[in-house]
Design a protein around this ligand. Structure first.
Ligand SMILES: [Zn+2]
Length: 279
């Protein structure tokens, strides 16, 4: 499943080829994604893309009087292909990208193609501010924003009885910290995944905030080296190869203290941790 770093790398990869350009046409070959692709997305034709933003795992194409909301679901990917490239079975939606010229849609320069074999992705249009959209309204704080700091995490964790690992993964509190990144961040911050969130001191909150940001930024950097894949490549993009400290390493030696990495299940998700480093 594409996680926040993959979405952010996708954003950085596609933005230079979209911003300032006119959408010449929208082709929907299969509207049955997670939600039906509305006919209104065709009204993008003739509009200029002003910016490509990200909120959680949603990509937002700012078209001035509305936003195209894209979500990659379980298996979605976006890439540019040359005009005339024959779509594959799972290539459900195309944004035909025109020139940078103003006014009428100009010459087609390339096509932004959504491939989504499992069809859990989304392509939606909203004329309202995207933050008010039903899918985005309840999203938690962005972990890479300045606003996500020790004080904010400390305040967020005071109420409730959740353990810190499921807390980190709850998108209504903080968006985009998937299972791998939650395990890795807790290791870096030397915090046991079962620690009750409300018990974390301000100092440990500060360590955890730093660890979350480091973990996500490292993954984004690892993915950044594959930016060229967004243009003209037909290769499927896998997960970023980030060297894990604990994730997927049950029974192996901790690279910091030598203890054996353990696995447990929390909220139906596998958690990996080092019993030596995380107390
Ligand atoms: Zn250790």
């Amino acid at each position: 499943m594409p996680e926040l770093p993959e979405i952010e790398v996708t954003r950085r990869g596609i933005a230079p080829h979209l911003v300032g350009r006119t959408i010449a046409a929208v082709t929907v070959r299969e509207p049955r994604l997670r939600w039906r692709v509305p006919g209104s997305v065709r009204s993008l034709a003739g509009r200029k893309v002003r910016a490509v933003a990200r909120r959680g795992k949603y990509l937002l194409l700012d078209c001035g009087d509305g936003h195209l909301i894209l979500h990659l679901g379980m298996s979605g990917s976006l890439r540019f292909v040359a005009p005339g490239t024959i779509p594959g079975k799972h290539d459900h939606v195309d944004l035909v990208v025109g020139d940078r010229g103003g006014g009428a849609p100009g010459r087609t320069t390339r096509i932004l193609r959504l491939r989504d074999p499992r069809r859990f992705g989304a392509v939606l249009w909203t004329a309202k501010p995207p933050a008010e959209h039903a899918l985005l309204r309840h999203l938690g704080i962005e972990p890479l924003s300045r606003a996500f700091d020790a004080g904010r995490l400390h305040a967020l964790t005071r109420a409730g009885r959740l353990q810190i690992k499921p807390f980190l993964m709850d998108g209504r509190r903080i968006v985009g910290i998937g299972n791998i990144y939650a395990s890795e961040s807790l290791f870096l911050a030397s915090i046991h995944p079962r620690t009750r969130a409300s018990r974390l001191s301000m100092q440990r909150c500060a360590r955890l905030v730093g660890a979350v940001k480091d973990t996500l930024r490292t993954a984004i950097r690892a993915g950044g080296s594959s930016l060229r894949d967004f243009v003209g490549s037909d290769s499927a993009r896998g997960h970023f190869q980030v060297r894990a400290w604990v994730y997927g390493r049950e029974g192996e030696d901790c690279r910091r203290c030598g203890a054996q990495i353990r696995r447990m299940v929390q909220g139906q998700r596998a958690t990996f941790y080092c019993p030596g480093c995380q107390r």
